[in-house]
Ligand binder design. Structure first.
Ligand SMILES: [Zn+2]
Length: 221
């Protein structure tokens, strides 16, 4: 059953390492005073189900299965959009991202942040995938609640990964790693994500690419 939790109260590693000062900083940087409320549906995904053998995964991503990513290998976050206009409660379970942010701004944790997912092409082995629900043409703005949810999702992912030993330094977009993903995530999510990443001390290079990805277009800036 899905549960909603305040991660600041329930994630022990973060509590132990960050302390009160860190929590205050996170609350401030995410634009609210209540911490990050996480709708945790890990373990319910239709794509990844744990089999009989401990740690083994089965389902439609079985061919891509790899062990969890060592936390120290995680260095960045990749921003996506889902390419779907809306997503109901059940649809979240079918998304191959670590976190999805629906239009209402909830932060939905679908897979543990160190799960290897076939979500971001060449970025898969060292990044966390965060996706906003929607088709974001370059003229479309984000609902304010969803924009705030995206900011909270980035802050949450960075804080939890770093509490586990990661150093989350870089923000990427799917476009920068895959030729066929030129509109992913689109102008509005891009702008929100970059501003938040920089506010959290992360870097973003709009000209950097890997594989056959493309740089950020001027119209997104
Ligand atoms: Zn994508």
């Amino acid at each position: 059953m899905a549960r909603t939790s305040d991660f600041a109260l329930t994630n022990a590693p973060w509590m132990l390492l960050a302390g009160v000062a860190g929590l205050v900083m996170l609350a401030a940087s995410s634009g609210g005073g209540a911490g990050v409320n996480v709708h945790d549906i890990t373990g319910e995904s239709a794509l990844i189900k744990y089999g009989k053998k401990a740690g083994r995964l089965e389902g439609t991503v079985k061919r891509d299965w790899r062990p969890p990513i060592p936390w120290v290998n995680l260095t960045g976050i990749v921003i996506h959009n889902t390419g779907t206009a809306t997503a109901g409660e059940g649809a979240h379970k079918k998304f191959t991202y670590h976190i999805v942010v629906p239009l209402d701004g909830r932060v939905v944790l679908i897979h543990p942040l160190n799960t290897y997912l076939a979500s971001s092409d060449g970025f898969n082995s060292y990044t966390i995938a965060i996706s906003v629900v929607g088709k974001y043409g370059d003229g479309h703005d984000m609902p304010p609640a969803q924009a705030e949810g995206l900011r909270r999702a980035i802050a949450y992912a960075k804080a939890v990964a770093e509490a586990n030993g990661s150093d989350i330094q870089h923000l990427w977009t799917h476009r920068q790693g895959e030729l066929g993903k030129g509109a992913d995530p689109g102008r509005a999510p891009y702008q929100v994500a970059v501003a938040q990443a920089r506010a959290l001390g992360m870097s973003h290079d709009p000209d950097a690419t890997i594989d056959d990805g493309r740089s950020i277009p001027d119209k997104w800036s």
